[in-house]
Structure formats: C-alpha cells, structure tokens
Design a protein around this ligand. Structure first.
Ligand SMILES: Cc1cc2nc3c(=O)[nH]c(=O)nc-3n(C[C@H](O)[C@H](O)[C@H](O)COP(=O)(O)OP(=O)(O)OC[C@H]3O[C@@H](n4cnc5c(N)ncnc54)[C@H](O)[C@@H]3O)c2cc1C
Length: 462
C-alpha cells in the first residue's frame, strides 16, 4: 500500500535548500543519495547567490580553510577524496608559539591527513586560478547527483496552505515539502526564519578576522612549509591566532571575542608572530580580508514542521571543524527527513540529538578554553605547558600526552570531551606537577612576572 503520511517525502517531493555552502551542498548530496538508495526521486533546489568561481569576497564563505582529519576520513568512507586541485597543502604538523618558546607537534597517530583549502576561487588579487575552492567542489558533487542550482538569494519565506514557500527577486513564491535552512550565520535571512518557525532562536555569534597574504609558493615553503602556526598569546579577547600555509598564500585567522582592529594590531605586533613572517613584509597590504561571524552557541529548536536548520545556522563545534559539523548535521537531517518524515516531531526525535551532542561537547570545549585563557595570562603556566611539550619531543606517540591535547585542540580531531579526559589523565597531571616543581625551582633564579603592559621578557625556552 502507498505511504500517504502527510509528512513523508513522497516520490517527486520538492525540497528547497537555502544556501549552497558546505551544509547545503552536503545535505542535498546526502538526501539525493539516500533517496536513490530507497528508490525515490526527489526534486532538490539549492538557492545560492554566490558564484564560488569568482575571486575575492563575492565567491568566498570566509574561513581558515582547514579540513579536519576526521572529515577527510569520513568523506573517504563515502568515496569522496578531495582532489589535488582543491587541496592547497597537505598539513603535516602544527607549531605552537608562546612567549615561552615554540614547539612543533607532529601527528600522534600515523596516517593522519589534514588539508588546507581555499573556500572560494581565491583572494582578490589572484591573476589565474589553478585550483577549485572547496565550496565549488562540494556544490558540484550535489549538482552532479541531480540537485538544481538556483543562483538567487532567497528574499522571503512564508506559509501557503500548510507548505513553506520561498521567494527570490526573480521568482515568486515557490512551494516546497521541506525547507533546509543552510544560510550560515553571516546572513540577514536568519531573521526571516525566526518569524516562520516558532521556537527557533538563531545561534549566538562572535566576530572573527581573516587575512590572506600573497607570498609566492617558494616563500611559503621556506617560512611555514606544511606546518600550521598556532599562537597562544597573552592578548585580551584572543583565544588563538593561526597562520595557515596555502599554495602561494598564507591565511591569517584570529578567533576570540569580538575580534577588532585593536586586537589585530596587537597580534601583528607580537614578536612571536613577526618571527614567522618574512622581514619587511607589508602587513597592511593583504590580498584579501574579511571579518565573518562565527557560531559560538547553537540555535534553539533548529527545526519545525517542514523546516530544518543545518550547519552553522543550527549547531557547530566551537572554534574547530565547522565544515565537519556541517557534514554531520547534514547527514543526520537528511536521514531524519527521508527515513522518518519532515514533521517537527521527526526532527526532534531523529535530528535534534545530533545538535545536542555537539552543544554538550562544546560545553567541555568552553571549560578547556577558559583553562587555556588562564594559562595564557600567566607566564609561569605558559612556561610549564611549553616545557611539557618540549620534554615530550622524541617520545613515542602515546606518551606525548600534552602534544596530543594540543593536536586535537587545533586540528579539529577528537571531541572536546576526549581532550578534557586526556587533560585529567593521571600521567599528564603528574607530568604537570613535575613541571610546576621544576619551574618553581627555576623561578627562584628568574625575575617575577612583568606588570601588565610592561615589555615582554625574553623567551625562557629554546
Ligand atoms: C574565521 C573563521 C575560520 C574558520 N575556520 C574553519 C576551518 O579552518 N575549518 C573548518 O572546518 N571550519 C572553519 N570555520 C567554520 C566554517 O566556516 C563554518 O562552520 C562552515 O562554513 C559552515 O557551513 P554552512 O554551510 O553552515 O555555512 P556557510 O559556509 O556560511 O554557507 C552559507 C551559505 O548560504 C548562503 N546564503 C546566505 N543567505 C542566503 C539567502 N538568503 N539565500 C540563499 N543563500 C544564502 C551564503 O551565500 C553561503 O554560501 C571557520 C569560521 C570562521 C568564521
């Protein structure tokens, strides 16, 4: 007997995906794949006003562009290998910088793959693109599966006879069986949905900062190689800064609380940062820059009847692996819609738990960032942590506990809960106690912490 449940996606059902970034493209791709496996045909429209083949801001969803180890693995399991035309660099290590010294952290597990990509077609001054941005690639996977790309911004959403409708400047209201909202958090459109979906409250966000600098491939090779530089500096409101090597460019990324120009200037002036950049580099002449917002606390009730919020507009991992969260939430929403239905109750039971798990894990992340912030503000603690990392160098992978914590914090691998448990491991706590003891002994021979605003002391560690 035919399934006539009003909230099931029937043969030929129309689905609108609002936003063709990673969440939208992965959702369309997953939904069409799952529907094909179930022997159902669906008509999926992706509304995306950006042309990801345009250079500069019009073709880019601002992001540092690190594709995490766990996402690379998940995609490989689905048969998606990121081609060399998308991957700008295969990252082989991270270098952690503090005033207490610098330490290289290599993968604690063998076979790790982390990719550095451009999200769009490239920075504003790019002359000839020789690569594909990640967003164009993933969107291409979705359209190859049968999704239709509508290059328009959605300007209005409404309800007509129990169905959501979508309008653009070019088209009047189109009815759909399901709306997947994948607009991210840098879109005014989220306000439209707060009115459409009772209970939906958009995520809380913070301003971040990104710059791209052209240095040429040889210079990038020479100064950064394939290593991402992470800076844990005592700068108020800065959680961490990064320099990420790409093909001919490096990406500067600052994450923290409402990053502004004052914070940027403090970061650029830090000796730890200057040491990583070529002498005389024109820091105020970037190829591109933007200040996108980042999701810092997930949306409330990211679903309603016939509407589901996915990726950044719902929940994402705090400060890492946002593209991976877009993928995970997209898969979960597609499975809920196809296997169970598109009523609010279906999403509550079969999709919400995935978002809740992300938010729960982020609570552990907030605890860790609060601890890191305390560490950053105390020179004594910075020395202890840096010395622990340096002492571990050359040890077998499983014994490099502090290095593994740092690796998982900044690469996007491992959950925050796992990182917290590792931080509380008796062996790591014992190592920290020994480090504190050694630092206390050394401190008797060294000057005290500088007063706030005073010049930095020279590095204590190699
Ligand atoms: C500074 C910074 C650095 C980051 N670094 C990383 C990183 O290194 N690795 C990582 O995994 N994640 C990173 N992230 C997070 C990552 O960028 C996001 O988690 C990810 O982009 C979310 O994907 P999304 O598809 O939900 O949203 P988005 O990527 O924001 O895509 C939303 C899409 O919706 C479209 N849209 C908006 N409004 C409308 C409308 N009205 N109609 C139609 N379309 C619309 C937009 O044009 C856009 O293409 C970073 C974020 C920031 C801010």
């Amino acid at each position: 007997m035919a399934d006539t449940h009003p909230y099931r996606l029937q043969e030929g059902a129309r689905v609108a995906v609002i936003g063709g970034g990673p969440a939208g493209a992965f959702f369309a791709w997953s939904l069409l794949e799952m529907a094909a496996e179930a022997g159902r045909r669906l008509a999926v429209d992706i509304y995306e006003p950006r042309d990801f083949n345009q250079i500069g801001a019009p073709g880019c969803n601002g992001c540092a562009g690190i594709v995490s180890e766990s996402l690379v693995q998940l995609l490989a399991q689905e048969g998606i290998d990121l081609p060399t035309s998308v991957v700008q660099r295969e990252i082989d290590s991270y270098v952690i910088h503090m005033d207490a010294g610098s330490a290289t952290i290599t993968p604690p597990r063998p076979g790790t793959r982390i990719a550095a990509v451009h999200r769009g077609a490239g920075p504003r001054d790019l002359r000839q693109a020789t690569w594909t941005g990640l967003d164009a690639h993933v969107l291409g996977l979705a359209t190859a599966r049968g999704a239709r790309l509508i290059p328009q911004r959605v300007t209005d959403v409404a309800w007509v006879e129990g169905r959501p409708t979508v309008s653009t400047r070019a088209d009047e209201a189109q009815p759909y069986e399901l709306l997947a909202v994948t607009t991210g958090v840098n879109s005014a459109a989220l306000k439209l949905f707060s009115a459409l979906v009772p209970g939906y409250q958009p995520p809380q966000t913070s301003k971040t900062f990104i710059r791209e600098y052209f240095l040429g491939a040889a210079t990038v090779d020479q100064i950064l190689g394939n290593a991402i530089q992470v800076f844990l500096l005592d700068i108020p409101r800065l959680d961490f800064g990064m320099l990420i090597p790409k093909g001919e460019y490096i990406t500067l990324c600052l994450l923290g609380e409402e990053v502004d120009n004052e914070l940027l200037q403090a970061f650029l002036a830090a000796p730890e940062v200057r040491r990583c950049l070529p002498p005389g580099m024109a820091l105020e002449k970037p190829s591109c820059q933007c200040a996108p917002r980042i999701n810092t606390l997930g949306a409330t009730q990211p679903y309603g009847d016939r509407v589901v919020f996915i990726g950044d507009s719902a929940s994402t991992r705090l400060f890492k692996d946002g593209i991976g969260s877009a993928y995970r939430t997209a898969r979960a929403a597609a499975a809920a819609a196809l296997e169970h239905g598109v009523a609010a109750e279906d999403f509550r039971r079969h999709y919400l738990p995935v978002c809740q798990a992300i938010e729960l894990d982020n609570q552990a992340g907030r605890l860790i960032f609060a601890a890191v912030s305390q560490m950053r503000a105390r020179r004594f603690a910075r020395n202890v942590v840096m010395q622990m990392i340096l002492d571990e160098q050359g040890q077998p992978g499983p014994l490099r506990r502090m290095s593994a914590v740092q690796w998982d914090m900044y690469t996007g691998s491992g959950s925050y809960r796992q990182i917290l448990l590792r931080l509380l491991h008796p062996a790591l706590l014992w190592g920290a106690a020994k480090g504190v003891w050694a630092a206390l002994a050394a401190r008797r021979r060294l000057p005290a912490d500088p007063a706030p605003g005073a010049a930095r002391q020279p590095s204590l560690s190699p």
